[in-house]
Design a protein around this ligand. Structure first.
Ligand SMILES: Cc1cc2nc3c(=O)[nH]c(=O)nc-3n(C[C@H](O)[C@H](O)[C@H](O)COP(=O)(O)O)c2cc1C
Length: 197
């Protein structure tokens, strides 16, 4: 399984990248998983303004950074979108990036790891709807991480592990939720890869 972990926020001083690193560390335990962090900060795209909807415009010639993003997303078998909640939704930069896509995620599984003052739950609900329009198979299991914890610091160690062993081993904690979500993602990825042929 080629798994991409998408960092959905780009502002300087963001904490979403720390969360993505944590997700990647856990994902590397999945047997046979090829894990890649795809950081939107490396894809500085314009605001979407194509005259024709991308899905109805096979002749479009996106600018190089946009094409690079489209090609990158097309490479994967499965996706974890890591997003903060901004104004009860996802960051504009993430929505904008998804607006450039057509069918790169079709019949491939996707899940969400979110953070915010209420775990980014509202952002996740929006993102799941948005991803389903991209024809990704959006999985029910997701991970919601309370942002205050990250902002206060000390949540992750230098490698990106959850620093507190008790939290890490708590069956109701975020590490367990992440393991569950990733296991589901791999199952769906294997099943859907076989079905796509
Ligand atoms: C512009 C902006 C809007 C925000 N709106 C919300 C919000 O509506 N709900 C919420 O729970 N947190 C909100 N937050 C808090 C962020 O979710 C939290 O600070 C998170 O860590 C931000 O991720 P980042 O550091 O990667 O940008 C907002 C933060 C910013 C910068």
């Amino acid at each position: 399984m080629k798994l991409q972990i998408i960092v959905g926020a780009t502002r300087p001083g963001r904490s979403t990248d720390q969360l993505a690193k944590w997700v990647a560390l856990e994902a590397k335990n999945l047997p046979g998983a090829e894990v890649e962090i795809v950081d939107l900060a490396d894809y500085e795209m314009p605001i979407f303004n194509e005259a024709i909807s991308p899905r109805f415009n096979p002749d479009r010639v996106p600018e190089p950074t946009v094409q690079k993003w489209i090609d990158k997303i097309a490479e994967a078998d499965a996706y974890v979108y890591v997003t903060p909640e901004y104004n009860h939704s996802i960051p504009g930069v993430l929505k904008n990036a998804i607006d450039f896509l057509t069918y790169e995620m079709v019949r491939k599984p996707a899940t969400v790891v979110s953070h915010g003052t209420v775990g980014g739950a509202r952002a996740t609900m929006h993102l799941k709807e948005i991803l389903s329009e991209s024809r990704a198979i959006v999985l029910p299991s997701a991970v919601a991480f309370t942002a205050g914890m990250i902002v206060m610091g000390g949540v992750f160690d230098e490698e990106g592990n959850l620093a507190d062993e008790a939290v890490r081993n708590n069956p109701y904690g975020p590490q367990t939720a992440l393991k569950t979500a990733l296991t589901e993602l791999q199952w769906a990825s294997d099943a859907l890869s076989a079905a796509r042929g």
